[in-house]
Design a protein around this ligand. Structure first.
Ligand code: 5AD
Ligand code: SF4
Length: 534
C-alpha cells in the first residue's frame, strides 16, 4: 500500500516539474513515506529525522516531509518533537501534498533560516481536516486517477504494478492502527480500476497486484445504495457469471470482488498475471474461488493472515473467526485451486503475531500447529508491539516478557523455515512459468549493486535538477564465466533463480514469462533451469 502511495506521489510531483534523484545529498526536498503498523518502522523514521537536524543547519532551505501513517497518527506532536519537519501529510490527504510542498518550498526559500515563521505558515495550511469525508474520498480518488503511467523501460523496467481497489479498513483488530490511520473502508468504482489496469497493460506492465487491507471485502454498489432498516443488505446471489449483476434482494446493482476479478481478467488480457493482497479469512465466498480456478491468468496465490493459532487469542484480537474456521477456509481454497498435476499448485502465505497479551505457552503451541497445518510457503512473523490509540494498547496489558516474545519469534521462524524448505523440495522436477524480474541477489552483490540502489525507499526530489539514471546494469554483470544469474517468480509467488548464458540474453528475458524447471531448493528460494526461451 505504501509503495503504491509513494509511486502516486512521485508521479504527481514529476507531472508538476519536480525531478527525482537517488542521492539524498542532492535533494532539495526529502519526503519519508511512513508506516505505523509496528513500532520498529516508526523508530527508523525518528532516527532518520534526528540525523537530518545536522544537515538542516548547513542547508536551511532543505524541505523535509513526513507522509503516511505517522503523519496521521502523531500529528502536530511530531512537528513539535522534530522541528526539522516542514510538512506532514496523512495517507488520506496525499492529494494535498503538491499544495503543501509548494508552500513549504516557497517559505523555506524566502525565510532561509527562520524556522518558526516557516512552520507557522505551513501549519496555517494544514487546517485540512475540516473537509467532509465524501469530499476527501473524491479527492483521493482523483489522486489515484491522476496516476502517471509511463511506458515500461524495455531493458528491465519493473513490469509489476499495484492497483488499489479498496482503501481503509473496518475490522478494528484490537492491535492494529490501520483503521485509525487509513480510515473507513471505501471501494473504488470498478470502471476506474479496470481503466487503470488497461493503461498499465498498454504501458507494458504484465503483472498487476490488486490492493486492499481486506481485499476480498471489495463490493461496489452502483448508483444509490438501498438500505433496509438502516443497514445496507449483503449481497445474496453470489455468481460472477452475471458480472456486475443486479442484487435481487436490495434492488441495487452490485460489483462483487468475484465480478471485479472476472471483469479484469476478461477485459485486460494484456495483464498476464493478476494477483491480490491481503485476504481476510472470513467472507471469502466460493464465487471468488471459482473465478480464480476458471481464469488462466489469475495467480494461484493467497496471502491470508491467521495472526494466531489460539481461539482465545483470536477472540482477544477481535479477528472474528476461530482456528477451525480458518483451517476450513484453507481446505476449501485448496479443494478449488490446488492443482499440482497441471503445474498450478496453490501457494499460501500468512502473517502471525507472537506474544500478544495473555498468550500462554499453550496458545503458542496452537500457533505452531496452525503453521504446520497451513503449510505456508512463507509467513511474516511479528512480535506484538503495542500501538497507541488501539484497543489493546488501552485495555490489554502487554504482559508477555520481551525475552519470551523473542524466543517464540525465533522458534516460529525455524518452524516456518522447515516447512518452506519442504515445500521447495516438493517442487523439484516441476516446471513453472516464471516472470523474470532481474538480477538475483547474489548477482547484484557480485556486481556491486544492491537492491537499495534499485528501489529507493524515500522519495528524494531535486527542484530544477535532472533525474539520475536508475536502470539496473545488466551488461556489467556476470559470474566470472560469462553467465548471469537472474531471478523471478512463479504464479504461486515462488522465488526461482536460474543461470542464463550471457548478459544480453539475460537482458532480453527481463519482464518476460518463461518456463523454468526447478532443480534445487534452499531457504526461501529455488534454483532452476531455463527450459526454453525463444
Ligand atoms: N504488533 C505486531 N504486529 C502487528 N501487525 C499489525 N499490527 C501489529 C502490532 N501492533 C502485523 C499483522 C498484520 C501485519 C501487516 O502486521 O500481522 O497482518
Ligand atoms: Fe488491521 Fe485487522 Fe484491518 Fe488487517 S483486518 S488492517 S490487521 S484492522
Amino acid at each position: 500500500m505504501n509503495e503504491l502511495d509513494s509511486e502516486l506521489v512521485a508521479g504527481r510531483l514529476a507531472q508538476l516539474g519536480y525531478a527525482m534523484t537517488r542521492e539524498a545529498g542532492e535533494a532539495d526536498v526529502l519526503l519519508y513515506n511512513t508506516c505505523s503498523v509496528r513500532e520498529q518502522a516508526e523508530q527508523k523514521v525518528w532516527s532518520r529525522l534526528g540525523e537530518l537536524k545536522r544537515t538542516k543547519k548547513t542547508r536551511p532551505e532543505l524541505v523535509v516531509g513526513v507522509l503516511g501513517c505517522m503523519a496521521e497518527r502523531d500529528g502536530s506532536d511530531l512537528m513539535k518533537r522534530m522541528p526539522v519537519v516542514d510538512i506532514m501529510c496523512g495517507p488520506g490527504e496525499l492529494d494535498k501534498l503538491p499544495e503543501l510542498l509548494d508552500n513549504a518550498v516557497r517559505t523555506r526559500a524566502s525565510l532561509a533560516g527562520d524556522q518558526s515563521a516557516s512552520q507557522a505558515a505551513l501549519q496555517g495550511n494544514t487546517s485540512r481536516r475540516s473537509q467532509t469525508l465524501a469530499a476527501a474520498e473524491d479527492r483521493l480518488e482523483l489522486l489515484d486517477l491522476s496516476r502517471t503511467i509511463s511506458p515500461v523501460d524495455p531493458d528491465g523496467g519493473h513490469r509489476s504494478s499495484y492497483v488499489r481497489i479498496t482503501r481503509g479498513c473496518n475490522k478494528f483488530c484490537t492491535y492494529c492502527v490501520v483503521p485509525f490511520t487509513r480510515g473507513a473502508e471505501i471501494h473504488r468504482p470498478p470502471e476506474h480500476i479496470i481503466d487503470e489496469c488497461k493503461r498499465l497493460a498498454d504501458a507494458g506492465v504484465v503483472e498487476v497486484t490488486l490492493l486492499g487491507q481486506t481485499v476480498n471485502h471489495y463490493r461496489f454498489e452502483h448508483g444509490a445504495s438501498v438500505a433496509v432498516g438502516g443497514v445496507t443488505q449483503p449481497q445474496k446471489g453470489r455468481t460472477y457469471k452475471g458480472s456486475h449483476h443486479r442484487d435481487a434482494f436490495a434492488g441495487t446493482s452490485v460489483t462483487t470482488f468475484a465480478d471485479l476479478l472476472h471483469q479484469i481478467h476478461e477485459q485486460v488480457p494484456g495483464i498476464e498475471r493478476l494477483r491480490f493482497v491481503t485476504s481476510y479469512p472470513r467472507d471469502f465466498g466460493n464465487d471468488v474461488l471459482e473465478v480464480m480456478r476458471d481464469s488462466e491468468r489469475i495467480c494461484r496465490y493467497l496471502h491470508v493472515p491467521a495472526q494466531s493459532g489460539s481461539d482465545t487469542v483470536l477472540r482477544r484480537m477481535n479477528r472474528g473467526y476461530t482456528v477451525g474456521e480458518y483451517l476450513e477456509f484453507l481446505d476449501r481454497a485448496r479443494q478449488f485451486l490446488h492443482q499440482p498435476e497441471i503445474g498450478r499448485p496453490l501457494m499460501l502465505s500468512g502473517d502471525i503475531i507472537v506474544g500478544f497479551p495473555g498468550e500462554t505457552d499453550e496458545d503458542y503451541q496452537g500457533t505452531v500447529r496452525l503453521l504446520e497445518q497451513s503449510r505456508y510457503k512463507n509467513c511474516f512473523i511479528f512480535k506484538y508491539s503495542p500501538r497507541p490509540g488501539t484497543v489493546a494498547y488501552d485495555k490489554i496489558p502487554d504482559d508477555v516478557p520481551e525475552v519470551i516474545k523473542r524466543e517464540r519469534n525465533n522458534h516460529l521462524l525455524a518452524v516456518q523455515a522447515r516447512i518452506g524448505e519442504a515445500i521447495g523440495n516438493e517442487q523439484i522436477g516441476q516446471t513453472f512459468d516464471v516472470l523474470v524480474e532481474g538480477l538475483s541477489q547474489r548477482q547484484l552483490k557480485a556486481s556491486g549493486l544492491t537492491n537499495a540502489a534499485r528501489k529507493p525507499r524515500t522519495i528524494e526530489v531535486t527542484i530544477g535538477g535532472s533525474a539520475v539514471a536508475t536502470a539496473p546494469v545488466v551488461d556489467d554483470a556476470d559470474q566470472g564465466d560469462g553467465t548471469v544469474q537472474v531471478t523471478g517468480r512463479s504464479d504461486g509467488d515462488l522465488i526461482i533463480h536460474f543461470d542464463v548464458d550471457n548478459a544480453a540474453h539475460a537482458k532480453s528475458l527481463i519482464g518476460r514469462i518463461v518456463p523454468v524447471e526447478v532443480v534445487s531448493a534452499s531457504g526461501l528460494s529455488m534454483g532452476g533451469r531455463l527450459v526454453s526461451a525463444d
